[in-house]
Design a protein around this ligand. Structure first.
Ligand SMILES: CC(C)(COP(=O)(O)OP(=O)(O)OC[C@H]1O[C@@H](n2cnc3c(N)ncnc32)[C@H](O)[C@@H]1OP(=O)(O)O)[C@@H](O)C(=O)NCCC(=O)NCCS
Length: 312
């Protein structure tokens, strides 16, 4: 079965809360749901969800995370597909919505309250637990949900349809992995989790600073079946200089060549832009950069200066 989602559904997250919409209109009138809506002709699901979230809540999300596919039969609207997303937002202030009442609700409430669209109880706990994107199919009879089937995303479902192809962005596939320079794909929760909880260099960097650092840099991500597993960014003028920073591979995916791939891709980008000078700092991964990027220790450190301030 080929699935072509016609709708998006997005759960905005802030602290321990989910933004929910009490719907004024069918379908699911009178119940709480996520936000989202129709995918317009010519729109990818990702573009549609960014637009819908902006229209319905005022939030300008730039990195919605694909979380799964929802399909149904026997429901009040004909069978179809919904691409489910989540997105972290940095503040709790939304705008008034004309399709219903918006409110921040505790995650546990959204996963279990009877006032919530009931199939959400099935997939939201899995999504919030960080499970990989799955296909949720629900069968209805006379308005009642009678069967749930949870399975892997069908093999013929083209994950790439979630994202707009952009010829200017470099992308490379290796088996189930994709390396991409497309910032729209970045999954900020993955990046924040690693940098603030696991890295030795950015443990106190707040989310707001991480977001700005991503917005103003060239970023590389590696994705495994839609989930981000590696990251690096280049702070660069794209002409003379680049600083390679925040390089990491998720611990479950280390030792498979992804670190080398990131370094090689960053250096290729730098070469393509005619950049002569690349710098980085590392505590213990010198050999990675030496072997796969041609980096070497600074020979004349006395020439280099640094201005360092306490965290701000
Ligand atoms: C460093 C890191 C990015 C490497 O990623 P990876 O996918 O496991 O690495 P790869 O499988 O591509 O192989 C890494 C290569 O670098 C070498 N290497 C050198 N120092 C290393 C180090 N500190 N950690 C891992 N590999 C290192 C490995 O030996 C290997 O080379 P080889 O295959 O020729 O023997 C990953 O271990 C990581 O995210 N670590 C935590 C964050 C971190 O330290 N980042 C670097 C900050 S400068």
């Amino acid at each position: 079965m080929t699935i072509n989602p016609g709708f998006t559904l997005c759960f905005l997250l802030h602290d321990d809360q989910v933004l929910m919409l009490h719907r004024n209109f069918p379908p699911n009138q009178g119940l709480w749901n996520g936000v989202g809506g129709h995918i317009e002709p010519g729109e990818t699901p990702r573009k549609a969800v960014i637009r819908e979230v902006k229209e319905e809540t005022g939030y300008e999300i730039d990195a919605p995370q694909f979380e799964g596919l929802l399909t149904w039969d026997g429901f009040e609207i004909p069978p179809g597909g919904i691409a489910i997303f989540t997105a972290q937002v940095s503040h709790p202030n939304f705008i008034t919505n004309h399709e219903g009442v918006l409110a921040w609700k505790p995650k546990d409430w959204a996963c279990s309250a009877p006032e919530v669209v009931d199939n959400i109880h099935v997939f939201l706990p899995k999504i919030l637990a960080g499970e990989h994107p799955q296909h949720f199919h629900f069968s209805y009879e006379a308005g009642v949900r009678i069967k749930d089937v949870i399975s892997e995303i069908p093999k013929d479902f083209d994950m790439e349809k979630i994202f707009e192809p952009d010829d200017n962005l470099q992308e490379e596939k290796r088996g189930d992995f994709i390396l991409s320079f497309d910032k729209e794909r970045l999954q900020l929760d993955v990046i924040e989790d690693f940098l603030s909880k696991q890295s030795y260099w950015a443990e106190r960097r707040p989310l707001e600073k991480i977001i700005r650092s991503v917005q103003n840099a060239v970023c590389l991500g590696i994705y495994h079946l839609g989930k981000q597993v590696a990251f690096a960014r280049l702070v660069t003028d794209q002409a003379t200089f680049a600083w390679l920073a925040d390089v990491f591979v998720h611990q479950d995916f280390r030792g498979q060549g992804l670190g080398k791939w990131l370094v090689e891709a960053a250096c290729k980008f730098s070469d393509q832009h005619g950049i002569n000078d690349m710098l980085l700092a590392t505590r213990d991964a010198q050999q990675l950069y030496q072997r796969y990027g041609g980096f070497s220790p600074i020979e004349d450190p006395a020439k280099w200066m640094r201005r360092m301030k306490a965290d701000q």
